[in-house]
Structure formats: C-alpha cells, structure tokens
Design a protein around this ligand. Structure first.
Ligand SMILES: NC(=O)c1ccc[n+]([C@@H]2O[C@H](COP(=O)([O-])OP(=O)(O)OC[C@H]3O[C@@H](n4cnc5c(N)ncnc54)[C@H](OP(=O)(O)O)[C@@H]3O)[C@@H](O)[C@H]2O)c1
Length: 351
C-alpha cells in the first residue's frame, strides 16, 4: 500500500478547518501532520486552540499537534487551505511558489487563469489548466467553488449536457454556518432573513460560468448563458438551498430533467474515489422536499438533493436544490479534489 500523503491545514481551527479535520480522520491516503491558524492560536496545541464545534470529540491524534503560522515551510506534502479570503491570496501563492500543491476553499485564486475551479464530477478535465512552470518546484493551486456555486453548477451540469442551457435565475437561502464562526450575530438572524451576503451574488454568477466553461488549450472559455443570482441568509444552521429557474435549449418534459439528474455520474464515481457519493444528485419527489434538516446529510453530505422539478411560466423549467455547505460546499469538496489529484498523478508523497 502507498504511503499516506501528509496534509497541512491552514485555518484548521475554523468552521471549514474542523470539517476537514473530522473528514480526514481515518483517511487511507491522507493524514494531517500540520495545522496552522491565526496568531491567536499559534504556539498552542490544537486541543487548546480549537473549540471543537462538531458532534463527537476532536480526533485524539491531533489534540497535541502544535498550531503553526500559515507560512512555508510546513511539515506536510500538500496544503488544504480554509483561510479567510483577505489573507488566503498571498499565503496560498507563497505556498505554491515554495513547491506545495495547495487545495483551497477560499475565493482568492478561483478566477485565476492557471487555477482550476473544480467540481470533479463536472469539470475534471480543467486540471489541464495547472501550470507546472519550471522553478515552481511542483507547486500549484486548485480551488473548489463557493458553497452555493457548487450546488448550482452541479445541478446545471447534466441539464447543459443533455438539453443546453440558455438562461438561469437563482435565488438562494443560505445557512448561518456559511459565514464561518461566530458568523451572523444571533440578534440579526433569529426571527429574520437578511437579503445580503457580501460578494456572494457576483461569485455565483462568475464561478458557475467558469466551471461550466469549455477548455480551450490551457484556458477556460466561460459558458455564455446569462445567469442572475440573489442571495439571502436564513436562520438555518447548515444546508444551503437554491430555487433555480432555467431556460433550456430544447423542449423537455419534467421527467426528462429528473432522469438527467438521477443518472448523472462523473469521474469520481468512475474512479471510485473515497469521498465521492454513489449518486452526486438525488431527486426527492415529495412536494415539500428538499429541506435542510432532512436532506443536507444525504450521501454523507456529498450528494445534493433536487426537488420541485416543474415547468415554469417565465423560463422553461424550475426546481429547488439543496446541499451541505460545509461538506459538499467546502471540506468534502477540497478532499474530493485531493483524491482526484492523487488519482490523476498530480500529487506525490515524496515532494
Ligand atoms: N463556512 C462555509 O460554509 C464555507 C464554504 C465554502 C468556503 N468557505 C471559505 O473557507 C474559508 C474559511 O471559512 P470558515 O467558515 O471556516 O471561517 P472561520 O470559521 O472564521 O475560520 C477561519 C480560520 O482562519 C483562521 N484565521 C483567521 N484569520 C487568520 C490570520 N490572519 N492568519 C491565519 N489564520 C487566520 C482562523 O484561526 P483562529 O481560530 O486562530 O482565529 C480559523 O482557523 C473562507 O475563505 C470562506 O469563505 C467557507
């Protein structure tokens, strides 16, 4: 059996970082050997610095690991980053320049020309964008999309492939944990809906088109259909929801959309990657599903759930999608990217 790749987590004490730690416990190919966070946490053990906010206990193997600063060198082969966007940009570039493969949850590099914005089921071919320039010592950056974008692009992918997509209008209802910890103040979100999430609408609009774009040489030509997004923070702990209206490129019965969703599979399913769910898109036919509390953990949090598929009077069809924002929308997405990179030979455990 091949040796495990040693992983360093930047932002390990945060909402996404803790999910990464939890999901990597017992992983046969990846083992956490380094954790980094802010100067509030540096120098403490992970057990002292991290207030564990997931069910169950913090993995005991990490409790005594010393929290370092997010800068190279770090005792690891690859870096998983869940740093706030305002500091992730230069830090991730520094790690890549020092030769580390960086797999990031942050928005800083998602739109860079030589950085794949990956959903392995949708655009695994975009890995060809990775620049392995001489002098970089094997370092590069791969990103996963914004937590709402992942669900929207994943739902649109089979429709684009089978029917063509001409226009999309999205309204999101996003969970509080999407804002990290402590997130939105309880007095702002209890008994309330906030119709504003900074930069979120722009991220959904541009990231979705990059993911569904076509690879042209080593660059992506974004998909060209218009996409309009409106985002809302709602009093739900985990689980983002999106009401999606779509104009398809040809006439289709709602049952054909249902079939496109349920039969959709991608490279992770073909390769049997550990974190890949058997079915990336599940469909619920009950009139009142999907719901965050009932459906966010489908497929171990890695499947999205679609429901309410119907014709629409303005665009051609509509449906509702739901996904777990810190699993499929963040930590699970990054781990699936790492597994894809390993399977495709982009990662070695001797760098
Ligand atoms: N939450 C989600 O659903 C979600 C989904 C997709 C993507 N993301 C993205 O993932 C990233 C992390 O989000 P989060 O929700 O996990 O945030 P969070 O709960 O606020 O955690 C932030 C982490 O970054 C560390 N950090 C903060 N300032 C730092 C600094 N100046 N230097 C070094 N480390 C610093 C924190 O360490 P301390 O504990 O020491 O302060 C903590 O470990 C963000 O870019 C976010 O946009 C989040």
């Amino acid at each position: 059996m091949a040796a495990q790749l040693r992983v360093g987590i930047l932002g390990a004490t945060g909402t996404v970082g803790q999910r990464l730690v939890a999901m990597l416990e017992g992983h046969p190919q990846l083992v956490v050997t380094a954790v980094a966070a802010s100067d509030r946490s540096q120098g403490k053990t992970f057990g002292e610095a991290c207030t564990w906010r997931l069910p169950g206990d913090m993995p005991s193997a990490l409790r005594g690991l010393q929290v370092g600063s997010p800068q190279p060198p770090l005792d690891c082969d690859i870096v998983l980053s869940s740093l706030p966007a305002d500091i992730a940009g230069p830090v991730e570039a520094q790690f890549a320049a020092a030769g580390y493969p960086v797999i990031s949850n942050s928005s800083s590099h998602r739109m860079d020309d030589d950085v794949p914005l990956l959903i392995p089921e949708v655009n695994a071919g975009h890995l060809a964008m990775i620049a392995r320039r001489p002098g970089r010592g094997g370092g590069f950056i791969v990103t996963n999309p914004n937590c709402s974008t992942i669900m929207i692009a994943l739902a649109l992918a089979p429709l684009q492939a089978r029917f063509g997509v001409e226009a999309v209008v999205v309204t999101t209802m996003q969970a509080i944990s999407g804002a990290g910890y402590p997130g939105v103040a309880s007095l702002d979100i209890t008994d309330n809906v906030v119709p504003y999430i900074a930069s979120e609408e722009e991220k959904i609009e541009r990231e979705t088109l990059k993911i569904l774009g076509r690879l042209d040489g080593a660059r992506v030509r974004p998909a060209e259909f218009p996409l309009s997004a409106q985002c809302h923070r709602v009093p739900v702990v985990d689980g983002h929801m999106a009401a999606i209206r779509v104009q398809l490129g040809r006439k289709a019965e709602p049952g054909e959309l249902r079939d496109a969703f349920t039969s959709f599979r991608g490279v992770p399913q073909e390769l049997g990657l550990r974190t890949a769910p058997p079915c990336p898109i599940l469909v619920r036919d009950e009139p009142d599903r999907p719901q965050p509390r009932l459906d966010r953990d489908a497929g171990g949090g890695m499947s999205i759930t679609v429901g309410r598929i119907a014709r629409d009077r303005v665009l051609s069809h509509r449906f509702v999608a739901l996904s777990h924002n810190t699993i499929r929308g963040a930590a699970g997405a990054a781990i699936l990217n790492a597994e894809l990179l390993l399977a495709r030979g982009y990662l070695r455990n001797d760098q």
